[in-house]
Design a protein around this ligand. Structure first.
Ligand SMILES: Cc1ncc(COP(=O)(O)O)c(C=O)c1O
Length: 387
């Protein structure tokens, strides 16, 4: 099998696994045990991981809270901020191309009486800065934005959007699940106040993530959403997932050293795939931003071809289709719909997610398979080409 679904999840890097293994056996202690060396060793490893996560986003270790993943980080950021700042105002702003973790959290806040403005996007999947500026009111407490889209790969330019929020006294939360460790993030330069990341998108295991919570200029306060023993400075109770946290830390260290080189390699493979498809097939439409996109993301639609039909012939390659991203019910993706992509193209769209382990030989084999399958489907099912 050729794995081209690195937006869904990534394999654990062997270096990450090596760093984690002792934490299951020799150093199995509880990081909260203050009375013996087992606890101290675990705590030391957690604090080293915290520093590594912090360094990769240009912040201090004290500003990192470990969680179970980006979904939990997003919930803590949005609900935690709403609880604290609700008395100041009950309005949040987000976008139509967010992950469900954000959209559903916002929907929940609406049931509690908060008002949420959902900004539309252009054909590439980006919001317009002037629409953000117009949407902010004196009641607005937070703007939540996806950095790199998990379906179409489009990247938002964070610094100007952060500057708008900062100038209006609105907290800026960024969902960096897909971008952290893949493209540079500097929380200060981008005026980010809260940042959600996920281990399993970055070659660390599933079930670990982190939230950056700014401590200065401004100091951000959040209400905990999980109560208990007061771990993580009271923001997220529960015994720490020491092996997972150590894995996330190691993954950040690896990304810090290799990010630039890997982004260049992965985007070259992505371009090889795209140009190979264009050269062999008519009616290939690129979805998402032509330049400002995740290095490993290629989302293309094959006119007149249903993605589900195509994928049934992809026994050797693992990819995702534009219609199955959000549910098993073949609902067209809310992201592609928000971008104004015609329904026929959405159904013909395939998301390729290239990653650290992907080789040129795999891309060439994937090209052969996809090209052959598109031709087969087109011959057998002459559907109306989409406009
Ligand atoms: C953009 C984005 N945000 C949030 C999440 C949720 O992350 P996690 O699986 O760590 O909860 C994902 C993962 O699917 C994602 O791609």
């Amino acid at each position: 099998m050729i794995y081209l679904d690195h937006h869904a999840t990534t394999p654990v890097d062997p270096r990450v696994l090596d760093a984690m293994l002792p934490m299951f056996s020799t150093h199995f202690g509880n990081a909260a045990s203050r009375n013996h060396a087992f606890g101290w060793a675990a705590e030391e490893a957690v604090e080293q991981a915290r520093s590594r996560v912090a360094r990769l986003m240009g912040v201090t270790a004290k500003e990192i809270v470990f969680t179970s993943g980006a979904t939990e980080s997003i919930n803590l950021a949005l609900k935690g901020a709403a609880d604290i700042y609700g008395p100041k105002g009950r309005h949040l702003v987000t976008t139509a191309v967010e992950h469900k973790a954000t959209l559903d959290t916002c929907a929940h806040l609406e049931t509690l009486g908060y008002r949420v403005t959902v900004l539309g996007v252009d054909a590439h999947g980006r919001i317009r800065p002037e629409e953000l500026a117009e949407a902010l009111t004196p009641e607005t407490i937070l703007f939540s934005l996806i950095h790199g889209n998990n379906e179409v790969g489009t990247l938002h330019d964070l610094a100007p959007l952060g500057a708008i929020c900062r100038s209006r006294g609105v907290l800026f939360h960024v969902d960096a699940a897909q971008t952290f460790g893949k493209v540079p993030i500097d929380a200060d330069a981008m005026a980010i106040d809260l940042l959600s990341v996920s281990g399993h998108k970055l070659y660390a295991p599933k079930g670990v993530g982190a939230l950056y919570v700014r401590r200065k200029n401004p100091r951000v306060r959040l209400a905990p959403q999980i109560h208990g023993g007061g771990h993580e400075r009271g923001l997220r109770s529960g015994t720490l997932n020491v092996p997972g946290i150590v894995g996330l830390g190691k993954a950040c260290e690896v990304a810090m050293a290799e990010m630039d080189e890997e982004a260049a390699r992965v985007s070259a493979l992505r371009d090889r795939l795209y140009h190979g498809l264009l050269a062999a097939l008519p009616g290939v439409a690129l979805i998402g931003h032509p330049q400002e996109r995740l290095p490993g993301n290629l989302n293309v639609a094959f006119e007149g071809v249903a993605g589900e039909n195509l994928m049934s012939g992809f026994v050797e390659i693992a990819v995702s289709s534009g219609s199955a991203c959000t549910s098993a019910s073949l609902q067209p993706s809310h992201v592609l719909t928000a971008m104004g992509i015609p329904a026929a193209l959405i159904h013909g769209s395939i998301r390729f997610g290239i990653g650290r382990g992907t080789t040129e030989a795999e891309i060439d084999r994937a090209l052969e398979i996809v090209i052959a399958q598109v031709r087969k489907v087109r011959q057998g099912m002459p559907l109306e080409p989409a406009r």
